[in-house]
Structure formats: structure tokens, C-alpha cells
Ligand binder design. Structure first.
Ligand code: SF4
Ligand code: SF4
Length: 102
């Protein structure tokens, strides 16, 4: 029963001081959680402190490997809309590349 910080962490330091168990530590290339110390904040807080403060969607996973703050949960942007924007962005980028190599 422990959370995990993954590679999308931007090393903002926000979570580290909030952990009631000193389970979060600075590492390279990103912060990590000691699974032996993480209690998911149960017994200390209603919400996990690290995921409550983390500004990056998907950077912290629960014990099943699912993002605690999934894509769109902090920005409020629906995943379908994000996918549309990504498709449009990819097309624009490809067109610019094509124009440069033509
Ligand atoms: S869930 Fe709670 S105990 Fe676990 S790393 Fe995050 S702040 Fe620490
Ligand atoms: S708050 Fe999120 S982005 Fe910031 S150090 Fe912690 S896990 Fe990384």
C-alpha cells in the first residue's frame, strides 16, 4: 500500500515537506516515494498530501498503478478535447516539417 512518483514529476519540491511520514525524497531524475514509509496518509489526513499538492496530472500513481490525478482532473480539460488538440498539433507540426523539406 504505497503511492509512486513517476518520470513526469517536474521536481517542484511541493510534496516533499507535506508527507507526514517523510516517505518522499529527492532523487535523480525525479522525486521518489519510499514504499516502506508511505501509508497513503491513512490515519493522518483525509486526502493524500502529495497528490493534493502535486501540480502535474499523472505524476503520482496509486498502489494499483493508476494516476491519482488523471489527465484532465486538474485542468478540467476533457480527455477527448486534449486528444483533438494533440491531433491538430501533430498535423500542424507535420505540415511545417513538410514545408521545410519541400
Ligand atoms: S500518500 Fe501520504 S504518506 Fe504516502 S508519500 Fe504521499 S504524502 Fe507521504
Ligand atoms: S509535487 Fe508532483 S511534480 Fe512536484 S516534486 Fe512532488 S511529485 Fe514531483
Amino acid at each position: 500500500m504505497a503511492f509512486e512518483i513517476i518520470e513526469t514529476c517536474v521536481n517542484c519540491y511541493a510534496c516533499e515537506p507535506l508527507c507526514p511520514n517523510q516517505a518522499i525524497y529527492q532523487a535523480s531524475p525525479h522525486f521518489l516515494i519510499n514504499p516502506d514509509k508511505c501509508t497513503e496518509c491513512i490515519g493522518d489526513y483525509m486526502d493524500a498530501q502529495c497528490t493534493s499538492i502535486c501540480p502535474i496530472e499523472g505524476a503520482i500513481l496509486d498502489d494499483l498503478g493508476n494516476p491519482v490525478n488523471p489527465i484532465g482532473s486538474l485542468t478540467g480539460i476533457p480527455m477527448e478535447l486534449l486528444a483533438q488538440y494533440q491531433t491538430a498539433l501533430d498535423a500542424t507540426y507535420q505540415a511545417a516539417l513538410d514545408a521545410k523539406t519541400a
